[in-house]
Ligand binder design. Structure first.
Ligand code: ATP
Ligand code: TZE
Ligand code: MG
Length: 262
């Protein structure tokens, strides 16, 4: 049975809070998606900063509204900087979010992702193959893409949420967001969202922004998923392929309102 859909009015409240607070999001993310991620955060109304030098990362994680850790192009040096930033974030009660890009098949990043699971992430956002792998289940995955279905990964996500204390979001054709007990389902978007790089990575940054807000963290993370789904489907109606999708998507995030979320 499908979990309930997040009501549009809840997502609208979170969008209002997000634009009012405009949280500063400290992004430690991969090389492929830096500019797109910053633009997505700006378009929706948050404030990005990509700070990666270890000394500065610790300093900044303490003052940011939230920290994003995305392991898409992890290196030994970056993993050290990320660990320092996560510890600084935890000392300052800054929520931090994990995007476990391509975890499972590759040893170094998998070890890193499993290690940081014990450091109290506020949320984890990944595709189905990534969430299955992180929960220690058999998973597919082809590079950074999923070969598994999001709904079939929900039990693994629930266990992962219970083990880590994080809100876990699995994305795909439908998204599922769980705290281990209660689950929201988010529908919408379209296949074109997978034909440009970084929609998932940028969503994880929006999840981080929403973790900086007050209120139910489960609702806040599901709202972040809904923002991307709605903006994605609106952009698809006016675009002709991946090239025109990207600017239309940024415009749709900027124009997103309660009516569109209803
Ligand atoms: N088949 C689909 N139909 C509708 N929406 C989709 C589909 N696949 C993904 N999405 C949406 O695209 C966004 C990215 O999700 P996806 O699961 O592809 O992340 P990802 O694999 O981590 O992406 P990336 O690594 O490129 O950043 C989410 O908002 C998700 O809901
Ligand atoms: C394509 C790609 N390779 C490493 S990270 C990344 C961005 C999508 O996750
Ligand atoms: Mg990804």
């Amino acid at each position: 049975m499908q979990p309930d859909l997040l009501p549009g009015h809840r997502a609208a409240t979170v969008l209002h809070d997000l634009r009012h607070a405009s949280p500063l999001v400290h992004c430690m993310t991969n090389d492929v998606v830096q500019t797109f991620t910053a633009n997505v955060l700006l378009a929706i109304g948050a404030a990005p900063a990509m700070v990666i030098e270890p000394e500065e990362a610790a300093q900044f994680a303490a003052v940011a509204g939230a920290l994003l850790i995305n392991i898409g192009t992890l290196t030994a040096e970056r993993s050290d900087a990320m660990l320092v930033a996560i510890h600084a974030a935890n000392e300052s009660s800054t929520p931090w979010v994990l995007d476990p890009v391509a975890v499972g098949g590759l040893t170094f990043r998998t070890r890193f992702a499993l290690d940081v699971l014990t450091l109290k992430p506020a949320a984890i956002r990944g595709n189905a193959s990534e969430i299955l792998a992180l929960a220690g289940e058999q998973s597919g995955g082809r590079g950074v893409d999923s070969t598994d279905d999001a709904f079939s990964a929900l039990p693994a996500a629930q266990r992962l949420a219970q083990y880590t204390g994080a809100i876990v979001a699995i994305t795909g054709e439908r998204d599922y967001v769980t705290d281990g007990k209660n689950t929201w389902h988010v529908a919408g978007g379209g296949e074109l969202m997978t034909r440009v790089v970084g929609t998932g990575c940028a969503l994880s940054a929006v999840v981080a922004a929403c973790c900086a807000l007050p209120g139910s963290r489960l609702d806040n993370v599901a709202a972040a998923c809904q923002f991307m789904k709605r903006a994605g489907e609106q952009a698809i109606t006016v675009s002709h392929g991946p090239g025109s999708f990207t600017p239309a998507f940024l415009d749709a995030l900027y124009a997103l309102n309660a009516e569109a979320l209803a």
